[in-house]
Design a protein around this ligand. Structure first.
Ligand SMILES: Cc1cc2nc3c(=O)[nH]c(=O)nc-3n(C[C@H](O)[C@H](O)[C@H](O)COP(=O)(O)O)c2cc1C
Length: 313
């Protein structure tokens, strides 16, 4: 497969995301690309502008009981429940491969207390080849009950604590399951986050008529895929008008058109999630189609799409 780099086409794909330079604006979304190695025989993982790893917690987790994943007409429902190898095994078994990749490695961190997040970051701080952290705040806070991402107060408190631990690129991943995403975005920016990624999955449920049971054993799950794109687009647009730090758009992206729409709404970069399951070579196709769109619009730097959305008269 051809190396995808900015030299390959007349369009410059490289973008600046805070302190990072990405060779293209497409990152792999957490939980949909494992630890980078799983799909490497189908697609060169390095072709992504960056990889956001599966969420890492202090200890290994098996996650929720199956059935915990279901394909619906317009998207996907999952209640994986943060299954992961835990930070020690991540460092030992997963980091060496990630270090060998020529792309930006962003470790997604999750926890059930502020101490959990701090513990993971402290163990990763001295390890080379990690370009930054993405903080998954869609996790229940055992000390406060609700998810960290469900109030600006708890999201800000967590961000402040993590900012004190690291000088690395710190991106906070916002939950859509809230009343006003701008309020949370402003609070997180105020505590020193370098970037915001949004959105995580929407709370969803499926029901099987034959068994008269919920599709997922956990009853509720996270809904992702094409159906959530308009929700994500609106949230990116709102947040873009509320903060100054760069935004990484996520939610139902499956084509070059989707990427351009997110950039017009204000995203600096985007993440590909559910599409990696449906079409594992989507990245290559999207990059090729992006060239055609950029060229047809006379755009030479992909970042020129950012925030160009026009208003109605
Ligand atoms: C099977 C599955 C597992 C996921 N696991 C995580 C995770 O561990 N951490 C996280 O922050 N987001 C996780 N996500 C959310 C995605 O990273 C992404 O935010 C969401 O799916 C929306 O994007 P999409 O519609 O392109 O999939 C997961 C999504 C799916 C479908």
């Amino acid at each position: 497969m051809n190396e995808i780099s900015k030299e390959r086409w007349d369009v410059d794909f490289s973008i600046r995301l805070g302190s990072l330079i990405l060779k293209n604006p497409l990152l792999a979304a957490s939980g949909t690309y494992g630890y980078g190695r799983e799909l490497n025989n189908i697609l060169k993982t390095d072709d992504f502008g960056g990889i956001c790893t599966k969420s890492i917690t202090p200890l290994a987790r098996d996650g929720n009981e199956p059935p915990r994943i279901a394909e619906l007409k317009m998207g996907m429902l999952n209640s994986i429940g943060l299954a992961n190898v835990g930070v020690q095994a991540f460092i030992q078994d997963k980091i060496p491969f990630l270090q060998s990749l020529e792309t930006n490695i962003i470790v997604n961190v999750a926890g059930f207390s502020i101490g959990d997040y701090i513990g993971v970051i402290q163990l990763l701080e001295d390890i080379e080849g990690i370009d930054g952290y993405e903080i998954n705040i869609s996790c229940p806070n055992v000390e406060g009950g609700l998810e960290f991402g469900s109030s600006s107060k708890s999201a800000a408190k967590l961000t402040k604590a993590l900012r004190a631990e690291t000088d690395r690129f710190l991106m906070v991943k916002l939950s859509p399951n809230i009343t006003d995403i701008s309020e949370i975005a402003i609070a997180v920016e105020g505590e020193g986050a370098d970037s915001l990624s949004l959105i995580n999955t929407l709370i969803g449920m499926g029901i099987e008529i034959d068994s008269e049971k919920p599709i997922l054993k956990n009853v509720y799950g996270g809904y992702s895929g094409p159906a959530i794109k308009p929700v994500a687009l609106a949230m990116v647009h709102k947040v873009f008008h509320s903060v100054k730090i760069p935004i990484v758009g996520i939610g139902g992206i499956s084509s070059a058109e989707d990427v351009v729409q997110f950039m017009l709404a204000g995203a600096t970069a985007v993440q590909l999630g559910t599409v990696n399951f449906l079409n594992p070579t989507a990245l290559t196709e999207i990059l090729e189609d992006l060239v055609a769109i950029a060229e047809s619009k006379g755009i030479r730097n992909i970042s020129d799409f950012k925030g160009r959305l026009k208003e109605w008269d």
